[in-house]
Design a binder for this molecule. Structure first.
Ligand code: AMP
Length: 302
């Protein structure tokens, strides 16, 4: 089923205790698309500069990622640089250069306007709304990611956008900031009152929580002996989550619960190598095997 993503396609410079690169392909929409396309075909909307050549575009080859919505603009692609602490628990942003992203006005190709599943990656909430305005029909599910920059910088715009969406995927700190609450349960309830009917709170190595109606589900992160580079884990989680829902064309409570497992699994693969290296060579078979393993680790019968 049609799954649309809008967000950044970028070059990243990454420094981790295990390795560094001064230029690799990154961007939230890139991680999302590589993760989700193992489960369902993805339609990508983003902008890149003329430094993003056919060689870079090849990152999506062999995957069901429709690039009709990948706009090319004169100039440089979005560039982001980050450095992780030795325990990988904290990250410092060293540079954010918007470049062609600064004037990005997402334009949906005609064929994308009937997409049933939509993921609005972390961009200006006004642009996220602009994407929804271009849809021919109300999608079956609209999910959104955002960050502190928009929560603090453009709260009114964000509030307007939140009223239009179904699910919010957000990390724990940002959920608390958005809700003005320290407690995650109270934060989720407060976010319900802002519009979303489902709230997914990502907690890094502590897993993720789904709040939907009166029910709560917690899913652990898949235990890994070695985490190499946490970049893009959240976007890959979102890709696994949305990819599962789009594949099964269902958004009831039990599919949301299963989607959480796929989110956690795709997030865990993303961190195993530098940048998108692990997602690039990942197979559906590996995803399914890890999903089964995660479920085995967490099922308890009392
Ligand atoms: P995450 O680790 O989930 O924060 O995602 C990291 C990815 O998001 C990197 O590949 C960056 O290129 C991209 N990114 C970082 N900052 C921004 C931003 N302000 N807007 C859009 N994308 C960003």
């Amino acid at each position: 089923m049609s799954l649309l993503v809008v967000g950044s396609v970028a070059f990243d410079a990454l420094q981790t205790p295990f390795g560094s690169t001064d230029r690799t392909i990154g961007g939230a929409a890139t991680y999302f698309a590589l993760a989700a396309s193992l489960l369902a075909p993805v339609r990508l909307v983003a902008v890149v500069g003329d430094d993003f050549t056919a060689k870079e575009e090849a990152v999506f080859h062999g995957r069901k990622v429709d690039l009709a919505g990948l706009e090319r603009a004169p100039g440089k692609s979005f560039f982001w640089s980050g450095k992780y602490s030795d325990d990988l628990r904290t990250r410092q942003t060293l540079a954010t250069e918007l470049n062609v992203f600064a004037t990005f006005q997402p334009k949906l190709p005609e064929a994308y306007r009937d997409s049933r599943y939509v993921f609005l990656g972390n961009i200006d909430p006004m642009l996220q709304r602009h994407v929804l305005e271009q849809m021919r029909h109300r999608p079956a599910l609209v999910a959104l990611d955002t960050m502190n920059y928009w929560i603090a910088g453009t709260p009114q715009e964000l509030a307007k956008t939140l009223r239009l969406i179904d699910a919010l995927l957000i990390n724990d700190e940002e959920a608390c900031q958005l809700a003005g609450e320290h407690n995650l349960l109270r934060a989720a309830k407060r976010i319900f009152s802002m519009g979303p009917k489902a709230v997914v709170i990502k907690r890094g190595e502590y897993g993720a929580m789904l709040f939907h109606r009166d029910a709560i589900l917690t899913v652990p992160a898949y235990p890994l002996e070695k985490v190499y580079d946490p970049t893009g884990a959240g976007d890959s989680f979102a890709g696994g989550f949305m990819g599962h829902l789009a594949r099964h064309k269902k958004i009831d409570h039990s599919s949301l619960r299963r989607a959480m497992v796929y989110g956690s699994v795709l997030g865990s693969f993303a961190v195993e190598k530098l940048g998108v290296d692990r997602l690039r060579m990942l197979t559906r078979r590996e995803v399914e095997a890890r999903a089964r393993a995660l479920v085995r680790m967490t099922s308890i019968h009392l």
